[in-house]
Write a protein that binds this ligand. Structure first.
Ligand SMILES: [Zn+2]
Length: 681
């Protein structure tokens, strides 16, 4: 058995299971005598102050050497007097030293945090009880059934729990929970627990399969949290400790869940492949990336592939690699919310960043200046484009990858979540032969989805539809789509000027962000074209003032604009776990609503289907403003957007926040989510 970690002195970081800055002393300081205590000592002898919750046992969790498998552990787990080192206090991983609380309750499922899906045992350390007694005490099976199973197992030469499983009296998860309790270990719900790819990559698939064990997180700088089906498999624990160079803290999960995790890890690695075609007219950019170029880079390539595949699988819109001075944090933006996913150890971080830069054909030697590029990939058979931006920071080079998943762009108007009245107004405007229809909102608010929805509606053979986009997010048959290429001078404005000469009926400009584009778009709308575009404004009325601020004459704005849609995306409540709640009137008032009565609605809970977040998917919030003669007049008078808003509301416009409240009442989202997305007023 390995004795690798025995000689190391006490490391406060490791002892606390947290980074220095988190060592707030909130954990009771009990004893530092870990060397004297030695692994394998009676757990009852330590943890002086807080039996069962001894924070200092964290460091003993290499576990492997500690386990003394007296008496045929594998065959008779019930009788193995294993000192399975309590050790596991459920501290958050040291790697996530950013904004996470060091004392986040790992058992709570409220957050989609790293530590959702852990159930701690009632006490740490091996309980020296029979597993069958634990099963009875936990209410997993009745005493009588267990007695019967014990009898049967004696005759059949098997174990009582095997008999209970075979008779379907208990299931695998019940057994896993009992095993965890029996050995004083954490139980993992792998359906909820978010697995750290960097940890999982430390063992090969073959080893993981052989031992039914997968590292799922870094418990601290030196310790891996390893999900195991059979916690009494001391050889496995030992081997994994030697192989990875980390100490091992064991948690129990059902064998089926572990097998599913292993095949998912396999699939994620295989999922990312070479890209065929790519949009853009630049042939150089179409070069296919060889994802398996050098064997010495294999672990780095594997990790990058898994990160990308996992991001696509979770529907992430962005992947962030952010160095924090110690490691590099990997964060995904899913449904508009950024969350930590994994941590790349320092020694691999530079390789990972270089790998992505190579894929995106950036200069890997240049680390001080931001660069941007893109790469086309096939992930799980889907064509994905990654737009890569490097970010030199004081802690080193980081990067952000925007994931463009062409298949994920919804283009059916009726699936956008726009209420009927709003949709009618928007569609009516889109069916005009001329005028401008603008969609506004911040980045990531789904503006292009709305525009594609409109284009799909308008896409008939008798119409010539030309777009200029950056990037072309979705290719639609029947359209002429032009990709902006600033490097060769093809800007929005230049593209738009060319389009106007090509006899279009409908023009879509990806975004109006400068005066020149605004001017041409407005002029085109006034000369017999329907112009669709987007603007960055917070609400619909501000589109008018923004265009005027950009330098377009108010009378042109007033006569060109047909309709403005402002939008946001709010996360939808997970239908599987959302819970009925009553929102007090005060809370509504705090959120900026003039409420006198409470509201019956739903709140997020978190379950395995939504990864513990309580939300799945997103719904659009819309504010559709028709340009009435009154509003035209206000534009001419350069009235402020608040005044225009009041008139628009009086004329029937539902404000974003009110559309949000409606979706809360419909049970599609929560009041906190609406407040997060649209603010308090
Ligand atoms: Zn759920």
């Amino acid at each position: 058995m390995s004795d690798t970690s025995q000689s190391t002195g006490p490391d406060l970081h490791a002892l606390f299971g947290i980074d220095g800055e988190h060592a707030t002393g909130a954990e009771p300081v009990v004893a530092l005598d870990r060397d004297g205590g030695g692994v394998g000592a009676d757990p009852g002898a330590r943890g002086v102050g807080a039996p069962g919750l001894d924070p200092f046992e964290v460091d003993d969790t290499h576990g492997a050497p500690a386990i003394t498998p007296e008496g045929g552990v594998e065959a008779h787990p019930d009788f193995a007097p294993i000192e399975h080192e309590g050790a596991l206090d459920g501290s958050p991983p040291a790697g996530h030293s950013g904004d996470e609380s060091a004392h986040q309750d790992s058992a709570s499922a409220g957050d989609a945090g790293q530590w959702s899906g852990i159930t701690r045992p009632s006490r740490r350390g091996s309980s020296q009880r029979f597993l069958t007694d634990v099963i009875v005490d936990m209410g997993i099976a009745a005493r009588g059934q267990v007695e019967e199973a014990l009898e049967t197992s004696r005759i059949a030469g098997t174990t009582a729990e095997r008999v209970l499983l075979d008779k379907n009296i208990i299931n695998q998860d019940g057994l896993a929970r009992a095993l965890a309790e029996r050995y004083g270990l954490d139980h993992l719900d792998l359906g909820v627990f978010s697995v750290d790819m960097s940890a999982a990559n430390l063992v090969t698939t073959a080893i993981a399969k052989r031992y039914q064990a997968v590292p799922v997180a870094f418990s601290d700088k030196r310790t891996l949290l390893v999900a195991m089906a059979d916690p009494s498999n001391v050889l496995a624990v030992d081997d994994i400790a030697i192989m990875t160079g980390y100490e091992v803290r064991v948690a129990v999960a059902p064998p089926d869940d572990i097998a599913a995790l292993i095949s998912r890890l396999d699939r994620l690695e295989e999922a990312v492949g070479e890209s065929g075609s790519q949009f853009g007219q630049d042939d150089e950019e179409d070069e296919v990336v060889d994802l398996h170029e050098s064997s010495e880079d294999a672990p780095v390539i594997k990790l990058v592939n898994q990160i990308v595949a996992q991001a696509v699988e979770q529907g992430a819109s962005d992947i962030h690699l952010a160095p924090d001075g110690h490691e590099t944090r990997v964060r995904f933006r899913v449904d508009g919310v950024l969350a930590d996913v994994t941590t790349v150890p320092r020694k691999m971080a530079a390789g990972v960043v270089s790998r992505v830069k190579i894929m995106a054909e950036l200069n890997i030697a240049e680390k001080r200046l931001p660069q941007d590029g893109r790469v086309g990939l096939v992930v799980d058979g889907r064509h994905i484009d990654l737009r890569v931006v490097t970010m030199p920071s004081v802690h080193g080079e980081g990067l952000v990858m925007r994931v463009l998943d062409k298949a994920s762009v919804v283009v059916e108007m009726d699936k956008l979540g726009m209420a009927d009245a709003e949709r009618e107004r928007f569609e009516a405007a889109c069916h005009e032969t001329h005028g401008a229809v603008l969609v506004t909102g911040p980045t990531g608010s789904g503006k292009s989805t709305t525009l594609y929805g409109a284009l799909k509606l308008l896409n008939t053979p008798e119409k010539n539809i030309i777009t200029v986009e950056d990037p072309v997010e979705y290719e639609m048959a029947g359209l002429t789509q032009v990709q902006v290429a600033a490097k060769v001078g093809l800007t929005f404005a230049a593209g738009l000027r060319a389009i106007v000469r090509a006899d279009p009926d409908v023009i879509m400009v990806g975004e109006i962000r400068d005066r020149e584009t605004a001017q041409i778009a407005v002029e085109s709308a006034l000369t017999g074209h329907l112009v669709l575009s987007t603007l960055h404004t917070n609400d619909a009325p501000s589109a008018i003032t923004r265009l005027i601020e950009m330098g377009v004459e108010p009378f042109l704005v007033a006569s060109a604009l047909e309709c403005v849609v402002a939008q946001r995306l709010a996360r939808m409540l997970c239908p599987n776990c959302k819970r009925r709640t009553i929102i007090p009137a005060q809370v509504l008032r705090d959120s900026g609503y003039k409420a006198h009565v409470e509201l019956e609605a739903y709140e997020p809970v978190g379950c395995r289907r939504c990864g513990g977040s309580g939300y799945r998917g997103r719904v659009g919030l819309y504010e559709v403003m028709q340009i009435s003669p009154e509003i035209q007049k206000m534009a001419l008078e350069r009235q402020p957007s608040e005044a225009i808003r009041d008139v628009a509301v009086a004329q029937g416009m539902t404000r974003l926040r009110d559309d949000g409240l409606m979706k809360v009442r419909q049970g599609r989202t929560s009041i906190t989510e609406i407040t997060r997305v649209v603010g308090h007023n």
